[in-house]
Design a protein around this ligand. Sequence first.
Ligand SMILES: [Zn+2]
Length: 379
Amino acid sequence: MYTIQPLKNEYVFIKKSSARFLFADQCKILTQWRKENNCLAEINAQSLQVTLKRIDLAFKAFYRRLATTEKPGFPRFKSLSRYPGWGYKTHGDGWRLFTGEGNKHGKLRLSTVGMISMRGKARTLGEAKTAEILHKSSKWYISVTLECKPKRTSGTKAVGFDWGLQKFLVLHDSQGATKQVDNPRHLKSLLPQLKKLQQSVSKKMNKSSNNRKKAVKKLAKLHTKIANRRKDFHHQEAAKIVKENGLIGAEILSVKSMTKKGGVKKRGLNREILSTAPTQFYQLLKSKAEEAGAIWVDIPTRKVKPSQTCYQCGIQKKKSLFERWHTCDCGASCDRDENAARVILNWALQMASGQELAEMGSRRGFAVLNHETPAIPLG
Ligand SMILES: [Zn+2]
């Protein structure tokens, strides 16, 4: 076992005895502490374990980053103002949900707190499993995980898509149609307001002043609003894609390549507001595709190089960020993003095994079977 001492922003490993405190050991100690300490005894035991688990995860991530060349970032102590909330592991242990008609609104009972009215609606019906209480922008939220069997069905086309900052998505499907999804206007329209609030916070230098606190609160509120709207937008777009397609090809996300992609232009607020959530969209889309039984193909960006490859002949040629049009000696000529989406689709079609496609085909006339797949270099 090692302990770590911060030393001039670097972490030094000091080898120690074989004493190790793992999550399980800490849980055992917690049980002991709860017997001796009334404060702890009053709190739900599972909730305390959830908090321990979070610390465990934070340190695991820290050790993982240390092992790689990433900036380690020592787990941060969460003061009361930064403490986001707590969780519950089992429905009925410390918390109980009483949903209203049609799973809308209802009441929540928390042990030692009491009965609380709640507002909101589950996207799909299901059985409550775990819950997280969140304190965000001076409001309280509960996030409940439901086990459900949504009746989602996938479409019969195959699709590949490319994402960017100017256009959120450019999709190309096996029937030859290209579609694009713009970044939503309602997010863009909030940019000036966000900028104003951020300036207002940075002008108020005195960290303990009430005015600053008020400004921080306002800013946090707007951030939450933007995040909620963006999530809604992601849910809707992901649902649309799955509804129309049975085979989805998507680039494996790496934050590094995302930030590189937009270059200098992407810096600042725009980046923050419009592009911080591709991971969220990717996860939502993937889980919806799974629910619907669609075939999902991850595209290894470095190998496939969607933006540098010609969709028609497969020849790779480097393009600068500012070249927005794809032209090739083979005669191919289309928008840069459309080309990328087509390359992704081609790769997805090649990767999905013939058997899977044939099965889908026999089930509901999978359009892809008749599609001519242009060559793609596999090297
Ligand atoms: Zn070509």
